[in-house]
Write a protein that binds this ligand. Structure first.
Ligand SMILES: Nc1nc2c(ncn2[C@@H]2O[C@H](COP(=O)(O)OP(=O)(O)OP(=O)(O)O)[C@@H](O)[C@H]2O)c(=O)[nH]1
Length: 377
Protein backbone atom coordinates (compact mmCIF):
# COMPACT_ATOMS: atom_id res chain seq x y z
CA UNK A 1 0.00 0.00 0.00
CA UNK A 2 2.89 2.29 0.95
CA UNK A 3 4.44 1.70 -2.44
CA UNK A 4 1.22 2.61 -4.16
CA UNK A 5 1.24 6.05 -2.48
CA UNK A 6 4.88 6.55 -3.41
CA UNK A 7 4.10 5.73 -7.05
CA UNK A 8 1.08 7.98 -7.09
CA UNK A 9 3.03 10.95 -5.72
CA UNK A 10 5.85 10.28 -8.16
CA UNK A 11 3.37 10.15 -11.07
CA UNK A 12 1.75 13.47 -10.04
CA UNK A 13 5.18 15.13 -9.74
CA UNK A 14 6.22 13.77 -13.12
CA UNK A 15 3.03 15.05 -14.79
CA UNK A 16 3.49 18.48 -13.14
CA UNK A 17 7.11 18.63 -14.40
CA UNK A 18 6.01 17.71 -17.96
CA UNK A 19 3.26 20.35 -17.93
CA UNK A 20 5.73 22.94 -16.60
CA UNK A 21 8.25 22.17 -19.32
CA UNK A 22 5.60 22.35 -22.06
CA UNK A 23 4.33 25.72 -20.80
CA UNK A 24 7.84 27.10 -20.54
CA UNK A 25 8.63 26.10 -24.14
CA UNK A 26 5.35 27.67 -25.41
CA UNK A 27 6.00 30.89 -23.52
CA UNK A 28 9.38 31.33 -25.16
CA UNK A 29 7.99 30.88 -28.66
CA UNK A 30 5.32 33.63 -28.17
CA UNK A 31 5.75 36.73 -30.41
CA UNK A 32 7.72 39.45 -28.74
CA UNK A 33 5.51 42.12 -27.23
CA UNK A 34 5.06 45.23 -29.35
CA UNK A 35 7.58 47.80 -28.37
CA UNK A 36 6.04 51.02 -27.15
CA UNK A 37 9.27 52.88 -26.63
CA UNK A 38 9.69 56.23 -28.45
CA UNK A 39 11.48 55.85 -31.80
CA UNK A 40 15.02 57.06 -31.97
CA UNK A 41 15.02 60.80 -32.75
CA UNK A 42 16.16 61.41 -36.31
CA UNK A 43 18.11 64.43 -37.55
CA UNK A 44 15.79 66.28 -39.97
CA UNK A 45 17.39 68.19 -42.84
CA UNK A 46 15.41 71.08 -44.36
CA UNK A 47 15.15 68.98 -47.54
CA UNK A 48 13.67 66.09 -45.60
CA UNK A 49 11.19 68.37 -43.90
CA UNK A 50 10.16 69.79 -47.24
CA UNK A 51 9.83 66.34 -48.78
CA UNK A 52 7.77 65.10 -45.86
CA UNK A 53 5.45 68.11 -45.77
CA UNK A 54 2.14 67.58 -47.55
CA UNK A 55 2.39 69.22 -50.94
CA UNK A 56 0.09 72.27 -51.11
CA UNK A 57 -1.56 72.78 -54.48
CA UNK A 58 -0.09 75.87 -56.19
CA UNK A 59 -2.25 78.82 -55.25
CA UNK A 60 -4.49 79.76 -58.15
CA UNK A 61 -3.99 83.44 -59.03
CA UNK A 62 -6.81 85.51 -57.71
CA UNK A 63 -8.52 87.17 -60.64
CA UNK A 64 -10.03 90.45 -59.59
CA UNK A 65 -13.42 91.63 -60.75
CA UNK A 66 -13.56 95.28 -61.79
CA UNK A 67 -16.19 97.85 -60.95
CA UNK A 68 -18.80 98.33 -63.69
CA UNK A 69 -17.54 100.46 -66.54
CA UNK A 70 -20.80 102.25 -67.28
CA UNK A 71 -21.05 105.53 -65.42
CA UNK A 72 -17.49 105.51 -64.15
CA UNK A 73 -16.99 109.13 -65.12
CA UNK A 74 -20.01 110.12 -63.07
CA UNK A 75 -18.74 108.06 -60.15
CA UNK A 76 -15.27 109.56 -60.40
CA UNK A 77 -16.59 113.05 -60.97
CA UNK A 78 -15.32 114.39 -57.66
CA UNK A 79 -11.75 113.54 -58.76
CA UNK A 80 -12.24 115.65 -61.83
CA UNK A 81 -14.11 118.42 -60.11
CA UNK A 82 -11.52 118.64 -57.34
CA UNK A 83 -8.99 119.95 -59.79
CA UNK A 84 -11.34 121.78 -62.11
CA UNK A 85 -13.73 123.59 -59.81
CA UNK A 86 -12.02 126.85 -60.67
CA UNK A 87 -12.97 126.71 -64.30
CA UNK A 88 -16.73 126.34 -63.92
CA UNK A 89 -17.01 128.59 -60.88
CA UNK A 90 -14.79 131.24 -62.46
CA UNK A 91 -16.73 131.30 -65.69
CA UNK A 92 -20.12 131.42 -64.02
CA UNK A 93 -18.99 134.20 -61.69
CA UNK A 94 -17.81 136.21 -64.65
CA UNK A 95 -20.98 135.64 -66.61
CA UNK A 96 -22.98 136.77 -63.59
CA UNK A 97 -21.14 140.12 -63.46
CA UNK A 98 -23.27 143.25 -63.34
CA UNK A 99 -22.06 144.36 -66.71
CA UNK A 100 -20.95 141.94 -69.39
CA UNK A 101 -18.53 144.29 -71.12
CA UNK A 102 -15.38 143.62 -73.12
CA UNK A 103 -13.27 143.36 -70.00
CA UNK A 104 -15.45 140.60 -68.61
CA UNK A 105 -15.37 138.71 -71.90
CA UNK A 106 -11.57 139.06 -71.94
CA UNK A 107 -11.52 137.49 -68.51
CA UNK A 108 -13.78 134.67 -69.66
CA UNK A 109 -11.30 134.08 -72.48
CA UNK A 110 -8.36 134.12 -70.10
CA UNK A 111 -10.04 131.62 -67.77
CA UNK A 112 -10.55 129.20 -70.64
CA UNK A 113 -6.98 129.64 -71.84
CA UNK A 114 -5.63 129.06 -68.34
CA UNK A 115 -7.59 125.82 -68.25
CA UNK A 116 -5.66 124.72 -71.36
CA UNK A 117 -8.64 124.88 -73.69
CA UNK A 118 -6.40 126.27 -76.44
CA UNK A 119 -6.63 129.47 -78.44
CA UNK A 120 -8.85 128.40 -81.33
CA UNK A 121 -11.54 126.78 -79.20
CA UNK A 122 -11.43 129.51 -76.59
CA UNK A 123 -12.10 132.13 -79.24
CA UNK A 124 -14.89 130.05 -80.75
CA UNK A 125 -16.57 129.38 -77.40
CA UNK A 126 -16.38 133.02 -76.29
CA UNK A 127 -17.68 134.34 -79.60
CA UNK A 128 -20.68 132.03 -79.56
CA UNK A 129 -21.42 132.65 -75.91
CA UNK A 130 -21.30 136.40 -76.45
CA UNK A 131 -23.68 136.15 -79.31
CA UNK A 132 -26.14 133.90 -77.50
CA UNK A 133 -26.16 136.13 -74.41
CA UNK A 134 -26.82 139.14 -76.63
CA UNK A 135 -29.53 137.49 -78.71
CA UNK A 136 -31.33 135.99 -75.73
CA UNK A 137 -30.67 139.06 -73.61
CA UNK A 138 -30.45 136.77 -70.64
CA UNK A 139 -28.69 137.35 -67.31
CA UNK A 140 -30.34 134.49 -65.51
CA UNK A 141 -27.59 132.39 -63.85
CA UNK A 142 -29.27 129.10 -64.68
CA UNK A 143 -29.69 130.11 -68.29
CA UNK A 144 -26.05 131.21 -68.47
CA UNK A 145 -24.96 127.90 -66.97
CA UNK A 146 -26.99 126.07 -69.59
CA UNK A 147 -25.48 128.16 -72.40
CA UNK A 148 -21.94 127.60 -71.15
CA UNK A 149 -22.50 123.86 -70.92
CA UNK A 150 -23.99 123.75 -74.36
CA UNK A 151 -21.02 125.60 -75.91
CA UNK A 152 -18.45 123.40 -74.15
CA UNK A 153 -20.39 120.32 -75.22
CA UNK A 154 -20.42 121.48 -78.82
CA UNK A 155 -16.63 121.93 -79.01
CA UNK A 156 -16.17 118.45 -77.55
CA UNK A 157 -18.07 116.91 -80.46
CA UNK A 158 -20.33 114.55 -78.53
CA UNK A 159 -21.19 112.52 -81.61
CA UNK A 160 -17.69 111.15 -82.19
CA UNK A 161 -17.34 107.38 -81.91
CA UNK A 162 -15.51 106.75 -78.64
CA UNK A 163 -15.87 102.98 -78.49
CA UNK A 164 -12.74 100.85 -78.30
CA UNK A 165 -12.46 98.39 -81.19
CA UNK A 166 -12.56 94.82 -79.98
CA UNK A 167 -12.91 93.13 -83.37
CA UNK A 168 -10.27 92.84 -86.02
CA UNK A 169 -10.95 95.02 -89.08
CA UNK A 170 -10.09 91.99 -91.22
CA UNK A 171 -12.92 90.00 -89.65
CA UNK A 172 -10.66 87.23 -88.42
CA UNK A 173 -8.04 86.90 -85.71
CA UNK A 174 -7.71 89.02 -82.60
CA UNK A 175 -8.29 92.77 -82.49
CA UNK A 176 -4.85 94.30 -82.00
CA UNK A 177 -4.73 97.43 -79.86
CA UNK A 178 -1.46 99.32 -79.92
CA UNK A 179 -0.66 101.56 -76.96
CA UNK A 180 1.69 104.45 -77.75
CA UNK A 181 2.88 107.57 -75.96
CA UNK A 182 5.83 109.09 -74.14
CA UNK A 183 7.29 107.30 -71.15
CA UNK A 184 5.50 107.78 -67.88
CA UNK A 185 2.25 108.81 -69.53
CA UNK A 186 0.55 105.67 -68.26
CA UNK A 187 0.66 103.22 -71.19
CA UNK A 188 1.38 100.12 -69.15
CA UNK A 189 -1.22 101.03 -66.53
CA UNK A 190 -3.74 101.66 -69.31
CA UNK A 191 -2.98 98.26 -70.92
CA UNK A 192 -3.68 96.59 -67.59
CA UNK A 193 -6.84 98.56 -66.91
CA UNK A 194 -8.23 97.97 -70.40
CA UNK A 195 -7.41 94.25 -70.16
CA UNK A 196 -9.17 94.15 -66.81
CA UNK A 197 -12.36 95.53 -68.34
CA UNK A 198 -12.21 93.31 -71.43
CA UNK A 199 -11.65 90.14 -69.40
CA UNK A 200 -14.57 91.06 -67.16
CA UNK A 201 -16.67 91.38 -70.31
CA UNK A 202 -15.82 87.76 -71.09
CA UNK A 203 -13.12 88.43 -73.67
CA UNK A 204 -9.80 86.62 -73.80
CA UNK A 205 -6.84 88.97 -73.84
CA UNK A 206 -3.13 88.56 -74.58
CA UNK A 207 -0.73 91.38 -73.74
CA UNK A 208 2.59 91.95 -75.47
CA UNK A 209 5.38 93.66 -73.52
CA UNK A 210 6.98 95.44 -76.47
CA UNK A 211 8.47 98.05 -74.13
CA UNK A 212 11.74 96.12 -73.95
CA UNK A 213 13.65 99.28 -73.09
CA UNK A 214 12.57 99.19 -69.47
CA UNK A 215 12.59 95.74 -67.82
CA UNK A 216 10.23 96.96 -65.10
CA UNK A 217 7.59 97.69 -67.73
CA UNK A 218 7.38 94.00 -68.69
CA UNK A 219 7.23 93.03 -65.03
CA UNK A 220 4.51 95.60 -64.42
CA UNK A 221 2.54 94.17 -67.35
CA UNK A 222 3.00 90.64 -66.04
CA UNK A 223 1.63 91.69 -62.67
CA UNK A 224 -1.41 93.13 -64.43
CA UNK A 225 -1.76 89.94 -66.48
CA UNK A 226 -1.81 87.81 -63.34
CA UNK A 227 -4.33 90.11 -61.67
CA UNK A 228 -6.77 90.22 -64.53
CA UNK A 229 -6.24 86.78 -66.03
CA UNK A 230 -4.50 87.69 -69.28
CA UNK A 231 -1.48 86.00 -70.81
CA UNK A 232 1.60 88.19 -71.23
CA UNK A 233 4.20 87.66 -73.95
CA UNK A 234 7.59 89.10 -73.01
CA UNK A 235 11.25 88.69 -73.89
CA UNK A 236 14.43 89.82 -72.20
CA UNK A 237 15.45 93.42 -71.77
CA UNK A 238 16.68 94.92 -75.03
CA UNK A 239 14.87 92.38 -77.25
CA UNK A 240 13.49 93.65 -80.55
CA UNK A 241 10.13 95.25 -79.69
CA UNK A 242 8.73 94.42 -83.11
CA UNK A 243 9.43 90.72 -82.64
CA UNK A 244 7.79 90.74 -79.21
CA UNK A 245 4.74 92.45 -80.72
CA UNK A 246 4.70 89.89 -83.56
CA UNK A 247 4.91 86.98 -81.09
CA UNK A 248 2.14 88.45 -78.95
CA UNK A 249 -0.19 88.79 -81.93
CA UNK A 250 0.71 85.26 -83.07
CA UNK A 251 0.06 83.88 -79.57
CA UNK A 252 -3.28 85.68 -79.57
CA UNK A 253 -4.20 84.22 -82.96
CA UNK A 254 -3.04 80.70 -82.02
CA UNK A 255 -5.03 80.77 -78.82
CA UNK A 256 -8.12 82.29 -80.41
CA UNK A 257 -7.89 85.37 -78.18
CA UNK A 258 -10.32 88.22 -78.80
CA UNK A 259 -7.90 91.08 -78.19
CA UNK A 260 -4.13 91.57 -78.15
CA UNK A 261 -2.90 94.66 -76.31
CA UNK A 262 0.61 95.75 -77.26
CA UNK A 263 2.47 98.00 -74.82
CA UNK A 264 5.29 99.99 -76.43
CA UNK A 265 8.26 102.02 -75.22
CA UNK A 266 7.99 105.77 -75.10
CA UNK A 267 11.37 107.23 -74.44
CA UNK A 268 11.97 110.44 -76.31
CA UNK A 269 15.73 110.81 -75.83
CA UNK A 270 16.17 109.78 -79.41
CA UNK A 271 13.04 110.84 -81.18
CA UNK A 272 13.83 109.52 -84.62
CA UNK A 273 14.97 106.18 -83.17
CA UNK A 274 11.78 105.85 -81.20
CA UNK A 275 9.61 106.71 -84.15
CA UNK A 276 11.48 104.27 -86.40
CA UNK A 277 10.95 101.60 -83.78
CA UNK A 278 7.27 102.36 -83.46
CA UNK A 279 6.77 102.34 -87.21
CA UNK A 280 8.50 98.97 -87.39
CA UNK A 281 6.37 97.53 -84.56
CA UNK A 282 3.26 98.48 -86.48
CA UNK A 283 4.53 97.18 -89.83
CA UNK A 284 5.58 93.86 -88.33
CA UNK A 285 2.24 93.43 -86.55
CA UNK A 286 0.47 94.12 -89.83
CA UNK A 287 2.17 91.15 -91.48
CA UNK A 288 -0.46 89.16 -89.59
CA UNK A 289 -3.35 91.55 -89.96
CA UNK A 290 -4.38 95.17 -89.52
CA UNK A 291 -4.15 96.99 -86.21
CA UNK A 292 -7.68 97.58 -84.91
CA UNK A 293 -6.91 100.54 -82.68
CA UNK A 294 -3.92 102.74 -81.87
CA UNK A 295 -4.43 104.52 -78.59
CA UNK A 296 -2.24 107.50 -77.80
CA UNK A 297 -1.76 107.79 -74.06
CA UNK A 298 -1.25 111.37 -72.91
CA UNK A 299 -0.50 112.75 -69.46
CA UNK A 300 -3.00 115.58 -68.87
CA UNK A 301 -0.62 117.35 -66.50
CA UNK A 302 1.87 118.00 -69.31
CA UNK A 303 -0.61 120.37 -70.96
CA UNK A 304 0.29 122.00 -74.25
CA UNK A 305 3.79 120.45 -74.07
CA UNK A 306 2.34 116.98 -74.19
CA UNK A 307 0.33 118.02 -77.17
CA UNK A 308 3.44 118.79 -79.19
CA UNK A 309 4.88 115.38 -78.39
CA UNK A 310 1.59 113.76 -79.27
CA UNK A 311 1.70 115.23 -82.74
CA UNK A 312 4.97 113.43 -83.41
CA UNK A 313 3.33 110.09 -82.68
CA UNK A 314 0.51 110.93 -85.01
CA UNK A 315 3.01 111.31 -87.83
CA UNK A 316 4.24 107.73 -87.48
CA UNK A 317 1.19 105.73 -86.50
CA UNK A 318 -2.37 106.53 -87.31
CA UNK A 319 -3.82 107.30 -83.90
CA UNK A 320 -7.48 106.27 -83.57
CA UNK A 321 -8.15 107.33 -79.99
CA UNK A 322 -6.70 109.25 -77.07
CA UNK A 323 -6.38 108.11 -73.49
CA UNK A 324 -5.94 111.17 -71.30
CA UNK A 325 -4.45 110.05 -67.99
CA UNK A 326 -3.85 111.87 -64.71
CA UNK A 327 -6.82 114.16 -65.21
CA UNK A 328 -7.25 113.85 -61.44
CA UNK A 329 -3.95 115.63 -60.97
CA UNK A 330 -4.58 118.38 -63.49
CA UNK A 331 -6.32 121.62 -62.70
CA UNK A 332 -6.68 122.15 -66.41
CA UNK A 333 -9.55 120.04 -67.61
CA UNK A 334 -9.72 122.13 -70.75
CA UNK A 335 -6.84 120.07 -72.14
CA UNK A 336 -9.45 117.50 -73.21
CA UNK A 337 -10.86 120.04 -75.64
CA UNK A 338 -7.46 121.10 -76.97
CA UNK A 339 -6.14 117.56 -77.35
CA UNK A 340 -9.12 116.35 -79.26
CA UNK A 341 -9.32 119.37 -81.51
CA UNK A 342 -5.62 119.67 -82.27
CA UNK A 343 -5.05 115.99 -82.89
CA UNK A 344 -8.35 115.47 -84.66
CA UNK A 345 -8.92 112.23 -82.75
CA UNK A 346 -11.56 111.51 -80.08
CA UNK A 347 -10.65 111.24 -76.43
CA UNK A 348 -11.92 107.74 -75.66
CA UNK A 349 -10.76 107.09 -72.11
CA UNK A 350 -9.72 109.26 -69.20
CA UNK A 351 -7.59 108.33 -66.20
CA UNK A 352 -8.77 109.74 -62.89
CA UNK A 353 -6.47 108.05 -60.41
CA UNK A 354 -3.97 105.27 -59.92
CA UNK A 355 -6.46 102.57 -58.95
CA UNK A 356 -7.29 99.65 -61.24
CA UNK A 357 -10.79 100.98 -61.92
CA UNK A 358 -9.86 104.64 -62.25
CA UNK A 359 -10.02 104.59 -66.04
CA UNK A 360 -13.35 105.79 -67.41
CA UNK A 361 -14.89 105.89 -70.86
CA UNK A 362 -15.04 109.56 -71.79
CA UNK A 363 -18.59 110.90 -71.80
CA UNK A 364 -18.97 114.48 -72.96
CA UNK A 365 -22.11 115.23 -70.92
CA UNK A 366 -20.74 113.94 -67.62
CA UNK A 367 -17.43 115.70 -68.24
CA UNK A 368 -19.00 119.09 -68.98
CA UNK A 369 -21.29 118.76 -65.96
CA UNK A 370 -18.30 118.08 -63.72
CA UNK A 371 -16.35 120.93 -65.29
CA UNK A 372 -19.08 123.54 -64.89
CA UNK A 373 -20.92 122.37 -61.78
CA UNK A 374 -17.87 121.19 -59.87
CA UNK A 375 -18.37 118.55 -57.22
CA UNK A 376 -22.00 119.47 -56.60
CA UNK A 377 -24.41 117.10 -58.33
N1 LIG B 1 -2.92 110.03 -60.67
C1 LIG B 1 -2.89 109.24 -61.74
N2 LIG B 1 -1.78 108.48 -61.97
C2 LIG B 1 -1.75 107.68 -63.05
C3 LIG B 1 -2.84 107.63 -63.96
N3 LIG B 1 -2.50 106.76 -64.95
C4 LIG B 1 -1.27 106.31 -64.68
N4 LIG B 1 -0.80 106.84 -63.53
C5 LIG B 1 0.49 106.62 -62.88
O1 LIG B 1 1.53 107.07 -63.73
C6 LIG B 1 2.71 106.32 -63.50
C7 LIG B 1 3.32 105.90 -64.84
O2 LIG B 1 2.46 104.95 -65.43
P1 LIG B 1 3.02 103.80 -66.41
O3 LIG B 1 1.83 103.02 -66.82
O4 LIG B 1 4.16 103.08 -65.81
O5 LIG B 1 3.56 104.68 -67.62
P2 LIG B 1 4.21 104.20 -68.98
O6 LIG B 1 3.74 105.11 -70.03
O7 LIG B 1 3.97 102.76 -69.21
O8 LIG B 1 5.74 104.43 -68.69
P3 LIG B 1 7.02 103.77 -69.44
O9 LIG B 1 6.89 102.31 -69.26
O10 LIG B 1 8.18 104.37 -68.70
O11 LIG B 1 6.98 104.19 -70.87
C8 LIG B 1 2.31 105.19 -62.59
O12 LIG B 1 2.69 105.49 -61.28
C9 LIG B 1 0.79 105.15 -62.69
O13 LIG B 1 0.17 104.66 -61.53
C10 LIG B 1 -4.00 108.47 -63.69
O14 LIG B 1 -4.98 108.51 -64.43
N5 LIG B 1 -3.95 109.25 -62.56
Amino acid sequence: MDNLWIWLVAAVVAIAVVIGVVLAVRGRSKPAPVETAEPEPQVETPEAVEAAAPKAAPAAPVIEAPEPVAGRLVRLRSRLARSNNALGKGLLALLASDRLDDDVWDEVEETLLTADVGMADTTAVVERLREQVKVLGTRDPEELRRLLKSELTAVLEPDLDRSIATASPSGSGPAVILMVGVNGSGKTTTCGRVARVLVAEGKTVVMGAADTFRAAAAEQLETWGARVGAKVVRRGEGADPASVAFDAVKAGADEGADVVLVDTAGRLQNKSGLMDELGKVKRVIEKQGPVAETLLVLDATTGQNGLQQAKVFGEVVQVTGIVLTKLDGSAKGGIVIAVQRQLGVPVKLVGLGEGPDDLAPFEVGAFVDALVDGAES
